[in-house]
Design a protein around this ligand. Structure first.
Ligand code: CA
Ligand code: CA
Length: 193
């Protein structure tokens, strides 16, 4: 098993545990999923964090970075985005260091799903070099469909100025026979606290 595969499984596992723990309160408090709340800031995008240069700097063997955007979806910036399909183990990655002066990871997601059961399809963001590897997880289901772009931020101050290994965006679909879930991602960057 490769290190990346192991990390992905760890993210999915962490996602299931976290989703189960948050399932009840999250239904009454959708904001409970947000790791932190920040004042509006302007993130500095990673080089090709907007995917406009295709897979440059990203490892994307599954071909999830695309400008073939499905009907009803528009990229948050430009014409390219990442589109993770509801297939177990779908992921794309890049090596990354957390800037010392801007340690808050920022990205935009769009959840599209007709999955009736929350907790069956899980999206996750994490790093191979931190423990636990998942820094953000979210249910992909009809109730959590965003119908548009939503900004997510994760405070990585504890790792400011350090390498955190490989940044991983992934999806785990444990219920692939029932409905579909899609996770769109765009404009990945860092901002100050
Ligand atoms: Ca874009
Ligand atoms: Ca499903």
């Amino acid at each position: 098993m490769s290190r990346t595969t192991a990390a992905t499984i760890a993210i999915i596992t962490a996602g299931v545990i976290l989703a189960a723990a948050l399932a009840a309160p999250a239904q009454q408090q959708p904001g409970a999923y947000l790791p932190i709340v920040l004042k509006p800031g302007t993130p500095t995008l990673l080089d090709n964090g907007d995917f406009e240069q295709g897979t440059l700097h990203w490892s994307d063997p599954g071909g999830f970075i695309t400008d073939a955007v499905p009907a009803g979806i528009a990229a948050h910036s430009g014409t390219h985005l990442a589109w993770l399909h509801a297939t177990a183990g779908a992921q794309f990655t890049r090596n990354l260091q957390v800037p010392a002066d801007k340690p808050v990871l920022s990205y935009w997601i769009w959840i599209r799903s007709t999955e009736p059961t929350c907790g069956d399809d899980i999206g996750g963001v994490g790093f191979s070099g931190v423990s636990p590897p998942a820094v953000d997880t979210f249910d992909l289901c009809a109730d959590t469909a965003t119908n548009g772009w939503v900004n997510r931020t994760v405070d990585l101050s504890a790792a400011a100025g350090q390498s955190v290994g490989t940044l991983i965006f992934s999806i785990g679909a444990f219920d692939e026979s029932v409905a579909t879930s899609d996770l769109f991602i765009d404009d990945v960057g860092f901002q100050a606290r």
